[in-house]
Design a protein around this ligand. Structure first.
Ligand code: GLA
Length: 472
């Protein structure tokens, strides 16, 4: 086998990508872009399907992400084009007033009959090729809502924009391509439409956005996804895209979205992370994600908790997980269903959430241990990754054959641990591997996929990277 057969996704050179996008923008829209803004995708060491339960997540921002070149318009229209070959359908025009009306109608204010037509926009239906424009339009809508509270982020009347979008992330690859799109568009809108952007032109915007403002913007991007796109995201992806840091993991406490940055050098030593995109596209809008979430929320209500994190103490142990499950069993009293959902499924989701939150706390203790020699915790982290995958497979039940086979194959080829990350039902596997074995793992996984007739996966070297920023 030649290593040429293996597909590697490179993050590319930021300056070149930005210059290329400027040139394409001028061709496409017949004028100059005011700038280019970048937002990273993410990989998550642990903490899947727990952000909406107040659990801890341990993500890192990737070097791969989404670039947006943009220039303002004054007619309230967004004209959008993506260069992604799988999504590109020429320029799409969206009226921001239509999005506003759509959201109000969904919230029961006014009837659907009052909604003006959204021009040339794909409807949101399952599948990767639809609905992407709603992420962008929803982001502008959410910024408008935020600007009503924060004068420095007030969107000026009549604002619209031309946007050209390009991504180095696999779209639908479970590495938060959606959040990267929202967050890059968000920065473009802040730069072009608000007093903060006016007072901090060009690269200055990066520094002007302190962590508190970034947290507000992340919450707004999440609103876009929940209220406009209709996907039940819990804020993990948007937070790391806007608040990640180079060479650090983000330790995100989703009870209050507070963030600590944990250096990866202590964990990694001579090891590295590799993400493997299974090429089974994942899509959060198709109901399966929401279904899993609903099971776990039924368990939460049965336990009388406002969020599942409250079922565990501050520093949990395995015994606390067992106690939570035992209480669930007592409360169900052997009934086959709770709230019309299968009790056995709800119990599995509960067990996933509780063990996943426990794993996050264990990992966070390792990562925060300043006395740890570089690389000393890697074995233990590898085991936790493996346990996380088993939980995604058996309890959350969001894994699929290609992901399970990739995890096995990576482990057999020398990885310390591997797991499915993101929402599941497609997407990517994260692998912790000694640097010296990275290529072996890549070759072995590629070969296995070919032999077992899985779609050939794509490999991304994971370099924990900086948060969303202006780049050109
Ligand atoms: C998706 C959602 C996130 C999170 C993950 C699963 O990426 O957008 O909020 O729930 O799934 O951890």
């Amino acid at each position: 086998m030649h290593s040429d057969d293996v597909a590697r996704l490179e993050p590319g050179h930021q300056r070149e990508i930005s210059e290329g996008l400027h040139a394409r923008f001028a061709e496409q829209f017949g004028r100059r872009a005011d700038g280019v803004w970048f937002a990273p995708g993410r990989a998550n060491l642990n903490g899947e399907h727990v952000d909406f339960h107040g659990g801890r997540c341990l993500p890192m921002a990737l070097a791969h992400g989404t670039y947006v070149a943009a220039a303002p318009r004054e007619d309230g229209l967004l004209r959008l084009r993506t260069l992604d070959p799988g999504l590109d359908d020429g320029i799409q025009t969206v009226s921001i007033a239509a999005i506003d009306a759509l959201v109000r109608a969904d919230a029961g204010e006014g009837s659907a009959g009052e909604v003006p037509p959204i021009t040339d926009v794909h409807s949101i239906v399952p599948g990767v090729t639809s609905g992407w424009t709603h992420y962008v339009a929803g982001t502008l809508w959410a910024l408008q809502q935020l600007g009503a509270e924060l004068p420095e982020l007030a969107v000026r009347q009549g604002f619209g924009a031309d946007l050209l979008i390009s991504s180095t992330l696999p779209i639908g690859g479970g590495l938060s391509s959606s959040a990267a799109l929202e967050c890059s568009a968000m920065l473009a809108f802040v730069a072009l439409a608000t007093p903060l952007g006016e007072q901090n032109p060009g690269p200055a915007l990066g520094a002007a956005l302190d962590d508190a403002l970034r947290a507000r913007l992340a919450a707004a991007c999440m609103r876009a996804e929940v209220e406009v796109v209709g996907a039940g995201t819990g804020g993990l992806d948007q937070t790391v895209s806007l608040r990640g840091r180079a060479d650090h993991l983000v330790s995100l406490d989703c009870r209050n979205f507070s963030v600590e940055h944990r250096p990866t050098s202590r964990l990694l030593g001579e090891h590295t992370f590799l993400a493997i995109d299974t090429q089974q596209a994942h899509w959060l809008g198709d109901g399966q994600f929401d279904d899993r979430r609903a099971d776990s929320e039924a368990a939460m209500r049965l336990l009388g908790a406002d969020q599942l994190r409250d079922v565990l103490p501050e520093s949990p142990h395995l015994g606390d997980v067992d106690a939570g499950l035992a209480r669930f069993d007592t409360l169900t009293g052997g009934a086959e269903a709770i709230e019309g959902r299968r009790t056995s499924a709800c119990r599995r989701r509960l067990r996933h959430a509780l063990t996943e939150m426990l794993r996050s706390e264990q990992l966070d203790r390792i990562l925060g241990d300043e006395k740890l020699e570089p690389g000393a915790g890697a074995q233990q982290v590898g085991h936790i990754l493996d346990a996380g995958h088993a939980s995604m497979r058996d309890d959350a039940q969001v894994s699929f054959p290609a992901a399970d086979a990739i995890v096995e194959s990576a482990r057999a080829a020398g990885a310390l641990g591997a797991r499915l990350i993101g929402g599941g039902f497609g997407g990517s596997v994260l692998v912790l591997v000694p640097r010296s074995r990275e290529d072996d793992v890549v070759q072995a996984v590629h070969r296995m996929c070919v032999e077992q007739s899985f779609t050939a996966p794509r490999f991304l070297h994971v370099e924990p990277s900086a948060a969303a920023r202006p780049v050109g």
